[in-house]
Design a protein. Structure first.
Length: 128
């Protein structure tokens, strides 16, 4: 597991020794297809991924910027599932968790998977 924390001075991620402000993320080699598919199978989590995918490369958003019609504790659970599956990265910026899609890792491990899921999701939403 990699522990990352936002570096306030540079805006980049850095290894942290502070256990209270750091979050565990799987290394690229630890990301498993079944965990990614499970994370993407929930409509709320897919909504988070869709939101993050629409941001520019390397951009992130606070949890509060992504409006989900569920309780805060359930929202926290969904973000944790996405992070532990390796779909998103989360780093603290002040008191907020900033979220970013791990598109590079996912595309390297499972070429075309993320784009296929997002395209299928868009097509399904148009049919509804």
């Amino acid at each position: 597991m990699v522990v990352v924390q936002l570096d306030g001075a540079t805006g980049g991620a850095a290894v942290s020794t502070s256990p209270t402000r750091a979050l565990d993320h799987p290394e690229r080699e630890e990301i498993r297809l079944e965990a990614v598919l499970h994370a993407l199978s929930d409509p709320m989590r897919l909504q988070v991924v869709r939101f993050l995918a629409e941001l520019g490369e390397g951009e992130g958003a606070a949890c509060s910027a992504i409006e989900l019609a569920i309780s805060k504790s359930t929202t926290t659970h969904h973000f944790r599932v996405l992070r532990e599956a390796g779909v998103i990265s989360q780093v603290y910026q002040g008191t907020a968790k900033m979220n970013a899609l791990r598109r590079g890792d996912l595309d390297a491990l499972f070429p075309g998977l993320l784009e296929s899921v997002l395209s299928a999701d868009a097509a399904q939403r148009q049919r509804a």
